[in-house]
Design a protein around this ligand. Structure first.
Ligand code: ADP
Length: 373
């Protein structure tokens, strides 16, 4: 079965085309500048047409959908009621879900009769208990406005947790794991017996770790304080927190960890400070998640930084478990969200109930392999 995996953003469509169940990558690519002034590609339908010119025989499509709120706890086959529910989630994910939906609607028009599945970034975290996902706000903000922690990068955390257990020949249902997805966006998840029980991102992907350009955890009172002090409107404040903060904001140099490591080596103090803050925050979360699980058997690193930057991994893990009698195994697993989406789509198309156990794993990979990007 040939499965087209679509990751549709506001002005781009990334795709990978797999032959399943062999997991053979047949094609991949990216269409950019959709709908931008001066671009020939007017909308997602036009973008998808370009992709379909390059590939043949699509049997099914798997879509990455960022937000499934509490409605979607696992991947689903797409039909009209599902489209309606994804649309309803747009109010709490206005930057992502409309773009994901545009990709789904374009496929419905151009690939008539081809079945589609939606795989949600939030679904893996739906097992987080209420005492971990409810914020310290009036409870009606949860019941009326759906304000709670959702967590993101779920497909990646689930994938690397299963791959790590598989690579170490252990059964995920017997493991306490901490998965660190460290890329431009960064998040950490506590995975107890194969289930996410807490994660660092929250209602949006802004909470938690210090990221490339996102601030992560800050005192919430700072938002009104800065808005008053700098006379910022909501959009400018949002921009400051999401695009001008994190490693980029602290260092004043770059959001790219490779640039910061190099400059730190050359003696740049703010690059060094950005690295120190990044490492410190990751350590703190690992400590917290070890505490809530009462231990940790496996610590997994993934994402551009987690996979490639040995120095950062070394600093994060230095002395971190020295108080534990049983030290966790530390492993690097390259993430492959698209393959996970293809695998889950394949299972849905074959009418198989999705299970969250090692059989669900998308195949053993070489844990030492590094992504070449
Ligand atoms: P995104 O969240 O955009 O998918 P990535 O997972 O590609 O981000 O991670 C980007 C981060 O990883 C950057 O800070 C970059 O410096 C760092 N990095 C280090 N080595 C590599 C590499 N070989 N390829 C890609 N990113 C790398």
């Amino acid at each position: 079965m040939n499965i087209l995996v679509i990751n549709s953003g506001s002005s781009s469509i990334k795709y990978k085309f797999f032959q399943m169940p062999k997991k053979k990558l047949l094609a991949e690519g990216k269409i950019e500048h959709i709908g931008e002034t001066g671009s020939d590609i007017q909308d997602h339908k036009a973008g998808l047409k370009l992709i379909l010119n390059k590939i043949n025989s699509v049997d099914a499509v798997g879509h990455r959908v960022v937000h499934g709120a509490e409605r979607f706890k696992k991947p689903v086959l797409i039909d009209q009621p599902v489209i309606k529910k994804i649309r309803e989630c747009c109010s709490i994910a206005p930057l992502h879900n409309p773009a994901n939906l545009a990709g789904i609607l374009a496929c419905s028009k151009l690939l008539k009769g081809v079945r589609q599945a939606a795989v949600f970034d939030t679904a893996f975290h739906q097992s987080i208990p209420d005492y971990a996902y409810i914020y310290g706000l009036p409870y009606e903000y949860y019941t009326k406005f759906c304000i709670r922690k959702y967590g993101f990068h779920g497909t990646s955390h689930e994938y690397v947790a299963h791959e790590a257990a598989h690579a170490l020949k252990q059964h995920i249902n017997e493991l306490k794991m901490i998965t660190c997805h460290l890329g431009n966006g960064c998040s950490i998840t506590a995975v107890d017996q194969g289930k996410s029980i807490d994660t660092s991102m929250g209602f949006t992907p802004l909470e938690g770790l210090v990221m490339g350009t996102r601030c992560g955890d800050i005192d919430p009172a700072l938002i009104t304080h800065i808005m008053k002090k700098k006379r910022l409107d909501i959009i400018s404040m949002d921009n400051l927190l999401n695009k001008e903060s994190g490693l980029k904001g602290i260092s004043g140099l770059s959001n790219d960890m490779r640039v910061l490591e190099e400059n730190s080596r050359k003696g740049n103090k703010r690059a060094r400070l950005a690295l120190d803050i990044f490492v410190y925050r990751v350590k703190k979360y690992i400590g917290a998640y070890t505490a809530i699980m009462g231990g940790c058997d496996i610590l997994v690193f993934t994402g551009g930084i987690g996979e490639n930057q040995r120095g950062i991994r070394g600093r994060i893990t230095k002395n971190i478990f020295k108080h534990l009698n049983k030290k966790p195994k530390i492993i690097v697993i390259p993430t492959n969200e698209e393959l996970m989406i293809a695998k889950q789509t394949y299972q849905l198309m074959n009418g198989r109930e999705l299970r969250r156990d090692p059989a669900h794993s998308a195949g053993l990979i070489n844990a030492k392999r590094r992504r070449q990007r």
